[in-house]
Ligand binder design. Structure first.
Ligand SMILES: [Zn+2]
Length: 273
């Protein structure tokens, strides 16, 4: 796999809560879910610590084990919880969480796993791009987005509405009928979308946090086909540059309503054939 990647925090002075890591045969991407500063989280380590710790554990897992990606994710969630369950309150509904995308290439196949709203795009030979994203968080969130969308982006009203939104969403996290993320419960791994494709059917793969996929799925400034071509020709850093340019052109979120005016953005692109 010929691999390129880029990652950038939403703001230069804040931690990047995305994680990206790769070996010659695997890619792991996580997007940590934040707790606004005015809400308690139960964890003294923070979201970036969580996503980076779980992410590096999962990368070690896919390197060391031939188990299914679901099994490796469940073990990673459990191992990460055990690092801080004696000092943090992991029963707290605001404890850190993360989306997960895992991709592993073996001789003949490409195994993938997607949990929550990061995006995997497979550039399949002689077909349209195959886009895999877990929509459950977005569908649950539609019920609560109204006040946030009505407020001017970045205003105190918007920040308050975002805080209320995140608090409302906590009740739906990792419960049946809600949405599933990596947090404390290893059973969340069983809720991930998974699949296997023959490796000779895939030209390339793109793995994106929602801060990078927003160029297509929120801003509508490119198609998935165009995004794959952009990554192939100009690389992941150029994708993130174009996302930032769009974000800066709409600082109050009037053109594209969104919870985060700027978001941590991460993209990895792997050429298979
Ligand atoms: Zn902690």
């Amino acid at each position: 796999m010929r691999l390129t990647l880029a990652t950038e925090p939403a703001y230069p002075d804040r931690p990047n809560e995305d994680f990206i890591g790769a070996t010659p045969d695997a890619i792991v991407l996580l997007d940590g879910a934040g707790t606004p500063a005015d809400l308690e989280s139960g964890c003294s380590h923070g979201v970036a610590w969580y996503s980076h710790t779980l992410g590096s554990t999962l990368l070690a897992g896919v390197t060391q084990s031939a188990d299914s990606l679901t099994t490796i994710l469940a073990a990673g969630i459990k191992a990460t919880a055990s690092i801080h369950d004696f000092c943090c309150d992991l029963s707290h509904p605001g404890s850190p969480s993360a989306t997960v995308v895992m991709l592993r290439r073996s001789t003949d196949t490409l195994d993938w796993l997607v949990l929550a709203d990061s995006v995997l795009v497979l550039d399949v030979l002689d077909a349209n791009p195959m886009v895999i994203c877990d929509e459950r968080e977005a569908l649950t969130g539609n019920r609560y987005r109204g006040p946030m969308n009505a407020a001017t982006g970045g205003s105190p009203e918007h920040l308050l509405a975002l805080s209320h939104y995140m608090e409302a969403m906590r009740a739906h996290r990792n419960v049946d009928g809600g949405f599933w993320v990596a947090a404390v419960d290893p059973l969340a791994a069983e809720q991930a979308l998974t699949g296997t494709v023959p490796v000779d059917r895939v030209r390339a793969v793109a793995v994106l946090s929602d801060g990078a996929s927003r160029l297509v799925d929120r801003f509508g400034l490119a198609t998935w086909r165009q995004l794959l071509d952009l990554l192939d020709h100009d690389g992941p850093a150029e994708l993130i540059r174009q996302v930032r340019e769009a974000e800066r052109s709409d600082l109050n979120g009037s053109r594209w309503t969104r919870g985060k005016i700027f978001d941590d953005a991460t993209a990895a692109y792997g050429r298979i054939t």
